[in-house]
Design a protein around this ligand. Sequence first.
Ligand code: SF4
Length: 94
Amino acid sequence: MDVVTLLIDRQDRAWQHRANCMGVDPDLFFPERGASTREAKAVCRGCVVREECLEYALANGEKFGIWGGLSERERRRLRRQRVLSAQQRTALVS
Ligand code: SF4
């Protein structure tokens, strides 16, 4: 990996230093299938970088865990909604 890529990557992830989950057990954010996500989502609820975290997960196709306060299923739903909205906007313009 080159320096530019490293710097960009670091800049992209600068928000992580302000994350509410710093120092919290990562297992909480990657629960076993069917396990509760409530505790992780409670940590996310008060997180000042929730938006950045969610957008990072969406942009990078994170398939597992709680990111930005949303589960995999909730992120999939959001992604589908965004695609549909973009398609509807495109249809309105053309
Ligand atoms: S939104 Fe949740 S997972 Fe993302 S940085 Fe904040 S506390 Fe961590």
